[in-house]
Design a protein around this ligand. Sequence first.
Ligand code: ATP
Length: 306
Amino acid sequence: EAVIRTENLSKNYGKLKAVDGISLNIRKGEIYGFLGLNGAGKTTTIRMLLGLVGPSSGNAFMNGQKINAGDTSIWRDVGYLVEVPYSYPDLTVRENLDIIRRLRFINDLKSIDRVIELLSLGDYSDVIAKNLSLGNAQRLGLAKALIHNPDILLLDEPANGLDPAGIVEVRELLKDLSFNRGVTIFISSHILGEISKLVTRIGIIHEGRLQYESSLEEMENLRKTCLQVKAADINGAKKILEKSGFVPELTNENTLEIASREAISRPDMVARLLVDSGFPPSMLYVQEEDLEAFFLRVIKMKGGAE
Ligand code: ATP
């Protein structure tokens, strides 16, 4: 049963197809990375999931409930963080959280301390929002998104402004929410390197279309481009490999590169072949395509996800 589901979701602004026939199926506890360049249609998709804008065609469902523009009842179950979270600038962190608590009709005052602790905002609870660093303003945004213990989290570029330690901390927090509390997380970004350390599945959106979708594991496999082999007798090793049907290329660095899936997936087999033939390898290395290069290659592909 999908927690977040869309069917051919589309949004046109005049002639522009901002979101163009996107179908998503995101299960409970998944962390789904929604990746795209600026203007790809990520925010528009999130706004449709929240019922903030109505689709031109297609449907969106969360927890099985159809989303209708203007109907905010789904917000009870959802926490969301937009790119630059708004806070009341002249109120403290605690006061900001208290406003959200009241808006959400939460009676439990401890809910504020709970999210302050969760987001490590203890030292800043009495700081007024406009004096917060960008990273701590982001943490306050996340605290507001989590105050009602939502089971769905929609995060639009949440790493904005966080320093490396903050990124790691927020990543661990999100993993904990998904693995240990079953929270379903939908997270948008334009940096694959950043979300690949967090997500279980990834979708790449380009010019409004879902261009690619896979599990993280499948993506990692696709990124493996060749097996590099070094040996003391490189020409001898090359001949042996060729005899076994491989097509090794000798590079300027005196390294053999084999691009076949068979070699990439079984470097141990290649090693045994070379050892048994008397040309033991001095190095075996599976070369991987850089994450951002992979991302750019995918968005240049023609056609959609299917
Ligand atoms: P970013 O990372 O820059 O926020 P994004 O992937 O979230 O990008 P969207 O904000 O969804 O992209 O925008 C998708 C396209 O739709 C863009 O070309 C944008 O200019 C256009 N667009 C978005 N909202 C509107 C609007 N209200 N009216 C007209 N065009 C819009």
